[in-house]
Design a protein around this ligand. Structure first.
Ligand code: NAP
Length: 494
């Protein structure tokens, strides 16, 4: 069930929030502690009216700021007791902290919760807290704890195995690295997954919007057999992959989910989640910075092109056996072929000598192009050139190229948005400019290229083409590219 948390300073604002939240909510958690004051006379009739039109459950929470449990304002014991005496008039369920001795009466379900906002306790401490909450009168236990790395979330994740027919569990790892527990948790028995009504109103770190949980991840109706795919990377918060791949899975009728896995410790990730006891049916991974090279040592098999490129961006997992692929090279060359069906003898320049440049160099050299690589680090471009059998150079005035490729992050939305790696003089004789950066669509480099009369290609087409190839590797089926394109465009326009 998706539980949307709402907060407001005044009663009228709260009712507005409730109405806005109900579209995707099975349960609405009302943070009564966010109100400046709780006036039952105003709230009860307003809530009665709202609940008549809302088929789901209303969950009351009244957390004190004192006590380290994340409340919005200081509350005395008396205020809390008074609130819980009458709160059943406002809600179906309640969520109370461990220090409340008298279980509030009149609720269909009582949740006991504890939050570790700044750390993830180990399994022993986690189980002790769980046991204490569980024994203190409740129908469900909720524990939320901060995870700084994906692999830290294991102790809280394992609590889900303690679900029984009489005791529900809600287990959440907070933070970007714990986001996956909010997405996969319901499929593994978590009673609720908490969502923000919109991007601006999150009430806990790592919270996802209700819209994304319902329409991108489609968390309802999943179970332990749902196949899990994900992107492993140092920072997954900006990744487009969940939007693109979940759209493909939905359109293809697969019971599969694609989830962000913000992983720092690859070793533990592979041992505990791919080959360990986490109990997730992990079938495939996208791999991004900084793991594309390091992940190779964990693989059982490596596709030929990935071996030659020396980097992996895709992993297929068959019963714990990991095979690595690189779809960046195919993704790069496919849109280029629309302009150059035959690349033999065509002169091309790549700016950058990182992971993506390696895939592009492999693709261009394999297609027969005459390639030169430029990088700010001459040693790196020389090494790359030696490996792929092309030329490395510093920019000189007499260099002429038909195709110019930016494989650096320059031009990406953010501090380097107005920068380009490609000097003007390289563009004078060129015919096509290809930027791997896709956000923004038209980068500084592509604007400059247009001004010089060049044809342009942005990184969006490569992004889609490499994702299509990933789907083929994972599912054996060619996905509907139009659906993936639409999902990516919708996300980019938000
Ligand atoms: P990477 O491995 O970190 O390599 C980045 C390259 O750019 C390195 O050669 C780096 O030089 C150079 N560079 C970084 N900052 C620079 C600057 N300020 N001035 C000049 N050169 C600079 O990253 P990557 O994986 O190759 O990705 C490169 C870009 O391609 C990223 O923007 C990525 O998002 C994009 N990409 C797009 C797609 C797609 O599907 N459209 C796929 C893959 C990558 P040093 O080595 O000296 O730091």
């Amino acid at each position: 069930m998706i539980c949307v948390s709402v907060t407001a300073k005044t009663a009228s604002e709260l009712i507005e929030q409730l109405n806005a939240a109900k579209e995707f909510a099975d349960v609405i958690e009302v943070r009564f502690d966010s109100l400046a004051s709780v006036d039952f006379e105003t709230l009860v009739p307003a809530f009665d009216e709202f609940r008549r039109g809302f088929p789901g459950k209303v969950l009351a929470t009244f957390r004190p700021a004192n006590g380290g449990q994340g409340g919005f304002r200081e509350l005395t014991r008396e205020e809390r007791s008074e609130f819980w005496r009458d709160a059943h008039m406002l809600a179906d369920w309640c969520d109370i902290e461990a220090d409340i001795d008298q279980v509030p009466q009149g609720f269909d379900k009582v949740i006991r919760s504890h939050h570790f906002f700044d750390r993830m306790p180990d399994g022993t401490e986690m189980n002790a807290v769980f046991d204490k909450l569980s024994a203190s009168g409740c129908d469900a236990v909720k524990i939320a704890a901060q995870a700084d790395d994906f692999v830290d979330s294991l102790p809280v994740w394992k609590l889900l195995s303690r679900t029984t027919t009489v005791k529900n569990v809600i287990a959440i790892a907070m933070g970007e690295a714990g986001k996956w527990t909010r997405i996969v948790g319901p499929a593994h028995g978590s009673l609720l997954t908490y969502a923000a009504p919109d991007r601006e109103s999150t009430t806990a770190p790592g919270q996802i919007t209700a819209n994304d949980l319902a329409t991108v991840y489609r968390v309802s109706g999943r179970n332990r057999d749902t196949k899990i795919y994900g992107i492993i990377g140092g920072n997954t918060s900006y990744s487009m992959s969940p939007y693109i791949h979940n759209a493909a899975f939905t359109n293809g009728g697969f019971d599969s989910m694609f989830v962000p896995f913000q992983v720092a410790d690859l070793d533990r990730f592979v041992n505990e989640f791919v080959r360990g006891t986490a109990g997730i049916d992990l079938r495939g991974l996208s791999v991004t910075i900084p793991h594309k090279v390091d992940v190779i040592k964990y693989l059982d098999d490596l596709d030929d092109s990935a071996r030659k490129i020396g980097a992996v961006n895709t992993i297929r997992i068959d019963a714990g056996r990991m095979t690595g692929f690189n779809t960046d090279a195919d993704g790069f060359i496919k849109p280029l072929r629309e302009h150059y069906p035959d690349l033999r003898g065509v002169s091309a320049a790549i700016f950058g000598a990182g992971g993506a440049a390696r895939a592009c160099a492999y693709a261009l050299v394999t297609a027969g192009a005459e390639l030169t690589v430029f990088a700010r680090n001459a040693e790196k471009s020389r090494a790359l050139a030696r490996e792929f059998g092309c030329r490395a150079a510093m920019v000189a005035s007499d260099d002429t190229f038909e195709i110019v490729v930016n494989a650096t992050p320059l031009g990406t939305t953010g501090p380097h948005e107005n920068e380009s790696s490609v000097p003007d003089k390289v563009m004078r004789s060129a015919k096509l400019a290809y930027d791997l950066v896709y956000n923004p669509f038209e980068t500084r480099f592509l604007k400059d290229a247009k001004a010089h009369g060049l044809k342009t290609l942005g990184g969006f087409e490569m992004l889609l083409a490499q994702a299509v190839r990933q789907q083929e590797i994972w599912t054996g089926v060619t996905p509907d590219e139009g659906t993936m394109r639409e999902a990516a465009l919708a996300k980019l326009s938000r």
